[in-house]
Design a protein around this ligand. Structure first.
Ligand code: GDP
Length: 453
């Protein structure tokens, strides 16, 4: 494989900048553009040692540099690797990178260092995905979840579930081998128990992932309500600054304004939408249909009501839209006289908070309600956590195959049918960790990475 190189530190000025070079021949390439003070060549140095010197190109010296040598397989990628640490100026970094490329390296594509780590067996696909989650973690819970996955917690759990399925498959084989014996009755029970255990473990993994998503990727959230209930004021309270125009003229929040906010450990991907109401204004209509779409696709609805006005037809329409959805009802303007019948709201949306969006402490009240409804307050983020939609989908598919196997077993279908479902479930778990995965999936995973990682 070719020797790849990229700037691994952020694309901005900093105290130190690092160019990473990896692949068979990395030392020879680095030796062509680095001269150590001691006169030692990098290619003659042991792994985990460093040399101080100067990095240069055809036109002369570029900067002082510390080179760290990692020898295969004891590096991030599993290949021979050199990290050149220089002063972290953007211009310097680009010049150092160019010097390394002229010496024979090729530019690394996004995530290529981690992709090589995966291909060289340094980590599995679930661990590779956690690298990006770790980098983008915005809170302690997200950090714990992604670090656990990087350390292999998801991989170990997946192995454990696969182990159960393999033992179920083994009991099936025993059953098929001794059709005359009375093994079937005993084995049948064990088989069902084993499959049920796998089912329970998969379900737990998926449930935890749903709460985990709230802290890793963020929850798609909409703030809905009729005009003037205080949606923009609430949005501003959450974002901490004036993001959308707050006004007392009905219908001025015409577009969907988006913002990502962190509320405790939960990340909300917020949209403040125009109210869902009938309107004749053309511009406003566009906002209203965008609001309906957002509402349909949201993971969480913050439905806002005005305590100073009686329940209207529009409020009721929103309540109906929230039925059996994950929603929090915010009964706003508690500083005003109550005209609203709040009991009706509670009948549709069990999680209800009363607050004034104009008061700063209301963010905390809402945070508690949101954490509760997302199950974040009860989730142990130090346990294994699936990261990302791909991992979740593999687990969901595996679960449905396990349920299919259980169904086939209980319905007394042929053992072959049970076996096929178990096999499919195992296949899903293998693609979760990348043991059996298509090139296309691997490409998709690494396409989300940044260059230099
Ligand atoms: P939207 O149309 O739902 O986005 O509502 P706005 O956020 O624009 O608020 C409409 C009006 O209600 C503005 O004049 C706000 O200042 C006012 N408002 C918002 N929250 C409160 C509150 O808690 N108490 C009171 N008294 N007024 C509020």
């Amino acid at each position: 494989m070719s020797v790849i190189a990229a700037i691994s530190t952020p694309n901005a000025a900093g105290g130190i900048g690092i160019v990473r070079v990896s692949g068979d021949g990395a030392f020879l390439i680095a030796d062509r553009c680095f001269r150590s003070v001691s006169g030692r060549k990098l290619s003659g140095m042991k792994g985990y040692t460093a040399a101080f010197g100067t990095v240069f190109d055809d036109s002369g010296d570029i900067d002082e540099c510390v080179c760290i040598v990692y020898r295969a397989p004891h590096s991030y990628t599993g290949e021979d690797t050199v990290e050149l640490s220089c002063h972290g100026g953007l211009f310097i970094m680009q010049k150092v990178l160019r010097a390394v490329l002229s010496a024979g390296a090729v530019p690394a594509s996004p995530g290529e260092f981690t992709r090589r780590a995966f291909l060289n067996g340094k980590m599995d696909l679930a661990q590779a995905e956690s690298v990006m989650a770790l980098i983008s973690a915005q809170g302690t819970a997200a950090l714990n979840a992604s670090r656990n996955t990087l350390e292999g917690a998801v991989s170990r759990k997946t192995e454990e579930i696969s182990g159960l399925l393999l033992s179920a498959a083994a009991s099936l084989a025993a059953w098929a081998d001794y059709p005359e014996d009375d093994v079937p009755a005993v084995e049948g029970k064990t088989l069902g128990e084993t499959l049920s255990a796998a089912e329970a473990q998969l379900s737990r993994l998926i449930d935890r992932c749903d709460s985990g998503k709230a802290v890793t990727e963020g929850v798609r959230t909409v703030i809905c309500g009729k005009p003037n209930v205080g949606k923009s004021t609430l949005m501003n309270l959450l974002t901490g600054y004036d993001r959308s125009i707050v006004t007392s003229v009905a219908g001025t929040t015409r577009d969907v304004v988006e913002e990502t906010v962190r509320l405790g450990d939960v990340v909300l991907r917020l949209a403040d939408t125009a109210g869902i109401h009938e309107t004749s204004d053309e511009v406003e209509k566009i906002g209203v249909s965008a609001a309906k779409k957002r509402l349909e696709n949201a993971d969480l609805i913050i439905a806002v009501f005005d305590i100073s006005r009686p329940l209207s037809e529009e409020d009721e329409e929103l309540l109906r839209a929230c039925r059996s959805r994950r929603a929090v009802a915010v009964i706003n303007k508690t500083d005003l006289m109550q005209e609203l019948d709040t009991r009706t709201i509670g009948e549709y949306i069990p999680e209800t908070v009363e607050l004034s969006a104009k008061s700063a402490d209301s963010a905390d009240t809402l945070k508690c309600a949101i954490e509760k409804i997302l199950g974040v307050d009860e989730t142990d983020f130090t346990q294994e956590m699936l990261i990302g939609e791909r991992q979740r989908q593999c687990a969901v598919n595996a679960l449905s195959f396990v349920r299919e196997a259980l169904g086939a077993l209980n319905a007394g279908l042929t053992l072959d049918a049970v076996n096929i479902s178990i096999d499919s479930a195992l296949g899903e778990l293998m693609s979760l960790t990348g043991k059996r995965v298509t090139e296309e999936t691997v490409n998709e995973v690494f396409a989300k990475f940044c260059v230099g990682k």
